[in-house]
Design a protein around this ligand. Structure first.
Ligand code: APR
Ligand code: MG
Length: 279
């Protein structure tokens, strides 16, 4: 990759990048996000992503999931609207109008439908997050806003054919190389998440800890990221802030309750206190 800047994203950076709330604000300014996640077997993925998005300032959230999963979510996140069988509809080329950002992947199973749905979303002109089941080895068409991929090292191994050991031994360089070659934004998760951009820039995140090493933590990040993409001025700032606050919730949790008890739902419950410290 070409020479870019590699830097750590700080709380001060986050404060500067977080858009302020105008007194005249209405939900339209914060944007509508669409998250395709969850299935009959894994409704919780959609719920975790929804909670993450709702606590991170999204204006309106549409969840595309199965009817069964929608019924489970409705009582938990009444702020959300639903696109029943959103995966199937998106695979068939139909998506809600006026989206500011979209995400697909957590808790999805049907690879063929996922592949078609990813293609539909990438034909849109808004930022698209690909996570979990939507992360595969594939080629990306050039796109004005690069696709945003959020693999953990195991998923990155599946996407690249590299071993997890090789990935982990040079996380920054491997992420930057993939981002440049594929013209994508790569968020390589795990301790010290790396956000690599196709222009050669990388942002390193130092927040978070092993309290996040629990099922569902990544689904919550997908929700937070979708919200940040709806509200922030730039994709770089949105990605960096999402990863930063996700980690800060775990740091705050550990300072209060120790490292053992945190669950993925707790991430979203801690966001308000984290955000208070970023004003
Ligand atoms: N230090 C800091 N952050 C950590 C640590 C750590 N030691 N361990 C985990 N995290 C963070 C990661 O950076 C990431 O943001 O927690 C999150 C974990 O995300 P995932 O690995 O995607 O985990 P999960 O939510 O369980 O994934 C759910 O999707 O990715 C698939 O195979 C996965 O089926 C599973 C599902
Ligand atoms: Mg995951």
């Amino acid at each position: 990759p070409q020479e870019g800047k590699i830097r750590v994203w700080t709380e001060e950076d986050a404060i500067n990048a977080w858009p302020s709330f105008a007194a005249s604000a209405h939900k339209g300014i914060f944007g509508t996000g669409y998250i395709i996640a969850g299935s009959d077997h894994m409704p919780g993925s959609a719920l975790l992503a929804a909670k993450g998005a709702l606590r991170s300032g999204i204006g309106k959230l549409i969840i595309g999931t199965s009817q069964f999963a929608s019924a489970i979510l409705a009582g938990e996140v009444p702020e959300t609207t639903y696109e029943f069988d959103g995966l199937e509809k998106t695979a068939n080329g139909s998506i809600p109008k006026k989206l500011k950002a979209a995400a697909i992947g957590p808790g999805l199973e049907n690879e063929d439908l996922i592949e078609q749905a990813v293609q539909t979303l990438l034909e849109g002109d808004f930022p698209v997050v690909l996570d979990a089941g939507a992360l595969q080895k594939r080629r990306y068409m050039k796109r004005e806003i690069p696709p945003i991929l959020t693999p953990h090292p195991g998923e990155f191994s599946r996407m690249t054919g590299l071993t997890v050991k090789d990935i982990q031994s040079s996380r920054i360089q491997t992420a930057l190389q993939y981002a440049a070659e594929n013209e994508v934004i790569l968020i390589l998760k795990g301790e010290q998440t790396v956000i690599a951009f196709p222009d050669g820039d990388a942002i390193i995140n130092l927040t978070g800890n092993s309290a996040l090493a629990k099922g569902g933590s990544g689904d919550t990040l997908t929700g937070i990221l979708t919200a940040c993409l709806c509200t922030h001025r730039t994709i770089k700032e949105a990605a960096a802030n999402a990863v930063l606050i996700h980690g800060m919730t775990a740091d705050l949790w550990v300072s209060k309750y120790g490292v053992r008890t945190m669950t993925a739902s707790d991430i979203s419950d801690m966001i308000p206190e984290v955000m208070k410290n970023l004003e």
